[in-house]
Design a protein around this ligand. Structure first.
Ligand code: NAP
Length: 258
């Protein structure tokens, strides 16, 4: 059961944070793992760290997911290296702060391009290979922010993360006859390089609002991604699953038991 050894996986945004955690779980399970990101140095460092975790190959590919052609080239590189592709983790995303009253058109356009268009382009680029797999898996990294919760400065971000779920529900129907499942993971607050930019005060206040008492790790997300990628998860599709230490459950901070 749960054998990922013969599976080939592509993780966008795999050089850091949640994507790196997802990639490391797949690498340890023996899968072939390709990671995509914009920065060559970040990719090189991540590939060196992932290489040797398991028996599979590890590949770094430069990509800007907001560019359709760049996504096509990323997918081609992974498919070429591994002889096919079974799993796409469309994870790359940005979460800059922009209060609604002062948000510019450029800020809105940029986040839509990376988080929404990037999801479409990555999925489209991998479709033929995922179909050929016979047990293709698409795993989106959405968020609790947007689909379930809100946070000041993230109205545009929340809209993109909710948009991924709208995409998922129709994609899951269209791709089911091809044996491809499409599911979304909704991380709560996961300690990543990107989240660290929000500062100590943000991190401490988030930890206080989580029943589990601490932020999550990138590997917490990777473990669910790995399960959704298995052949045994074939009957799970179109689902949005929160991995958040119970963060969305309390009605107030007083509801948290310490
Ligand atoms: P992170 O630490 O900032 O890492 C982001 C990764 O994405 C890096 O590998 C980055 O590499 C890559 N990336 C960014 N823009 C890209 C682009 N245009 N094209 C290709 N790659 C790009 O972020 P994270 O916290 O791990 O977040 C990853 C995903 O999880 C995002 O979709 C985010 O919305 C979601 N999420 C995070 C949290 C959290 O608590 N951290 C919670 C909920 C959801 P380069 O900069 O080199 O391109």
């Amino acid at each position: 059961m749960f054998d990922l050894q013969s599976r080939s996986v592509l993780v966008t945004g795999g050089s850091k944070g949640i994507g790196r955690g997802i990639a490391s779980v797949f690498a340890k399970a023996g899968a072939n793992v390709a990671i995509g990101a914009r920065t060559a140095a970040g990719l090189d460092e991540a590939v060196a760290a992932l290489d040797g975790l398991g028996a599979g190959k590890v590949l770094g590919v430069r990509v800007d997911v907001s560019d359709r052609q760049s996504c096509a080239e990323m997918a081609a590189a992974a498919i070429d290296a591994f002889g096919g592709l079974d799993v796409l983790c469309a994870n790359a995303g940005i979460f800059p702060d922009a209060p609604l009253a002062t948000m510019t058109e450029e800020q809105l356009t940029e986040i839509m391009a990376v988080n929404v268009h990037g999801t479409f382009y990555a999925v489209q680029a991998c479709l033929d290979a995922l179909t050929a797999s016979g047990a293709g898996r698409i795993i989106l990294t959405s968020s609790i922010t947007g689909p379930i919760t809100g946070y000041p400065g993230w109205s545009h971000y929340g809209a993109t993360k909710a948009a991924q779920l709208g995409f998922m529900r129709t994609a899951a129907i269209e791709l089911a006859p091809k044996g491809i499942t499409v599911n979304a993971i909704l991380p709560g607050n996961i300690l990543t390089e990107g989240l660290l930019d929000n500062g100590e005060e943000y991190l401490a206040s988030m930890a206080r609002s989580i029943p589990a008492g601490a932020l999550g790790t990138p590997e917490d997300i990777g473990h669910l991604a790995a399960f959704l990628a298995t052949r045994e998860a074939a009957y799970i599709t179109g689902q949005a699953i929160a991995v958040d230490g119970g963060q969305v459950l309390p009605e107030s901070l007083d509801a948290i038991v310490t």
